[in-house]
Structure formats: structure tokens, C-alpha cells
Ligand binder design. Structure first.
Ligand SMILES: Nc1ncnc2c1ncn2[C@@H]1O[C@H](COP(=O)(O)OP(=O)(O)O)[C@@H](O)[C@H]1O
Ligand SMILES: [Mg+2]
Length: 268
């Protein structure tokens, strides 16, 4: 694999997913992101490197301003790095055109947000179906696939409900079903339980854990150690650099050290 061989975005089929970059869903090397502002340049990511093997379950942690959202935006192909390499499967995302990035986003990635981001005018079934419109994959068997996904997240009897008629936990279940509809290469979740109470958080985490046990690769941002503890691996960022990458158990010390360095008020 060479960095110069730009491969056009291809549909994510089970076969193509199986031959991802030697079993890596994501590979980033010395990834940098600088925002140029009138008052100066903000170096949000200053050289981040890690691999995410297919089937991994990674939590990204770090104090406010450490670069978590910036990293998630890059991994989600919502933005382009200003330096370094980012391989998504076999493709170097840093070299893709805007059209290719949009195609990757629509067809290969699944997104779950803190605020669910469902369309209020659409039913559960239509919300789940939505990514198929964007990726141009709406077909004869779409309805059945969406019903199966609704079943999978425990909402098989709520297909015609609108988001307003559902609890927060149920809305997040719809969002998770929606994120799976294109059979993505991995799921990206930004504080997926941030708006949920403790019991509902547990249910959503059980759902995500179950998906991971089925082989789904998941990368999530969280500031809750209890959430990170349920993942297989934690990456801690500080000031745009990785300061810890390993078992969630060991991340506390790195996070505490970050807070101490930030002074008596903790995270900035
Ligand atoms: N669009 C942007 N323009 C300028 N600076 C930004 C932008 N987004 C983030 N930053 C800066 O980059 C740094 C990292 O921010 P962010 O990735 O949002 O961190 P986190 O999600 O960990 O709180 C911060 O200093 C932030 O102010
Ligand atoms: Mg953030």
C-alpha cells in the first residue's frame, strides 16, 4: 500500500470490509489539525498516531480543549487534516476530494450523536431509512432491512412513532439503528449517553457492547470513566497529543495528571 495510490471510494460490501488494510479499520499517523484564525493559529491536533483494528471498541477521553471533537471530525471525514496520514481501510482520506469524502461519510461510516439528531417529522422507520437515501442505496429490500434494525434495537413495535413520542433512550436506539443501515465500517459516537440518565445510559451501553461483540468497530468520545470502562481501550488526549493509549483501567492516572496540569480548576 502506498500513500500515493489514491483509490476512489467504493461501496462498502461485506467483502471489501473484510480486506481492510490488514484488519485495520483506521490507521492514523502523525495526524495534525491547525485552525488558522485572525489572531493566530490554533494547533488542535499536534501529531496523533494510532491504529484501530477491525472489531475494536475505543473510547477517546481528555479534558475540554484537548482535541477530541477535532479528532472525531477528522475520523468522520467531516474535515480534512492539515498534516499526517489517515487511512480508512485501504484509502488515504487526506488525499480524497470533497465528493469522495461525502461518499465515504454517507456509505461507510455510522454516526451517533449526543443529541440523537433525528428528523422530527419522520417516523422511526423513515429515520432509520434516511442514510439509504443519501448513499443512493434505497432498494426493494430496504424496508425489511430497516424493520430488522428497528427490531434489533428493541423498537420493532414503534415503527410509525415520531421522535417526540419516544423517550431519550428510545430516540438514541433509533439513531443507533440508523447508524447501522449502511453496514458501516465503523461507528463514531460523540458522547452517546451524554443526555441520558444512569439507567438508560446502561441500556445504550449494553446495546453498543452487543454490537461490538458481533464484530462492529466502535469509536466513542466520552468524559465519563464509567462509559470508558466498558470499552476495550482508551485513548487519552491532552493538548492535541496522545498521552495514554491502553486498557481503560490505566486511563485514570493519565486523566488525573491532565487535570493537575490544568491547575486547581481542573479541565479548562
Ligand atoms: N473550528 C475551529 N476554529 C478554531 N479553533 C478551533 C475550532 N475547533 C476547535 N478549535 C480549537 O481547537 C482546540 C481543540 O478543540 P476541540 O477539538 O473542540 O477539543 P475538545 O473536543 O477536546 O474539547 C481548542 O483549543 C479549540 O478552541
Ligand atoms: Mg468537544
Amino acid at each position: 500500500m502506498t500513500a500515493s495510490a489514491r483509490t476512489p471510494a467504493r461501496p462498502a460490501t461485506a467483502a471489501s470490509a473484510a480486506v481492510l488494510n490488514d484488519g485495520l479499520a483506521v490507521s492514523i499517523r502523525d495526524l495534525k489539525k491547525a485552525y488558522v484564525l485572525a489572531g493566530g493559529t490554533v494547533h488542535a491536533l499536534r501529531g496523533v498516531s494510532f491504529d484501530v483494528p477491525t472489531g475494536d471498541f475505543v473510547s477517546i477521553m481528555g479534558p475540554s480543549g484537548s482535541g477530541k471533537s477535532t479528532l472525531l471530525n477528522l475520523l468522520g471525514c467531516l474535515d480534512r487534516p492539515t498534516g499526517g496520514e489517515f487511512y480508512l481501510g485501504p484509502d488515504n482520506v487526506a488525499q480524497m476530494s470533497d465528493d469522495e469524502l461525502a461518499d465515504v461519510r454517507a456509505s461507510r461510516l455510522g454516526f451517533v450523536f449526543q443529541s440523537f439528531n433525528l428528523l422530527p417529522a419522520l417516523t422511526v422507520l423513515e429515520n432509520i431509512e434516511l442514510p439509504l437515501h443519501y448513499s443512493g442505496r434505497l432498494g426493494r429490500d430496504s424496508r425489511q432491512r430497516c424493520e430488522e434494525l428497528a427490531d434489533k434495537v428493541g423498537l420493532g413495535d414503534r415503527l410509525d412513532h415520531r421522535p417526540m413520542q419516544l423517550s431519550g433512550g428510545q430516540q438514541q436506539r433509533v439513531a443507533i439503528a440508523r447508524s447501522l443501515v449502511n453496514d458501516p465500517w465503523f461507528l463514531l459516537a460523540d458522547e452517546p449517553t451524554g443526555n441520558l440518565d444512569t439507567a438508560t445510559t446502561r441500556e445504550i451501553l449494553d446495546l453498543l457492547t452487543g454490537l461490538n461483540e458481533e464484530g462492529r468497530t466502535i469509536i466513542l468520545v466520552t468524559h465519563e470513566p464509567e462509559v470508558a470502562d466498558l470499552t476495550k481501550r482508551t485513548v487519552v488526549l491532552r493538548d492535541g497529543l496522545v498521552v495514554y493509549d491502553g486498557h481503560p483501567d490505566g486511563s485514570r492516572a493519565a486523566l488525573d495528571a491532565s487535570r493537575r496540569k490544568d491547575g486547581p480548576n481542573g479541565a479548562r
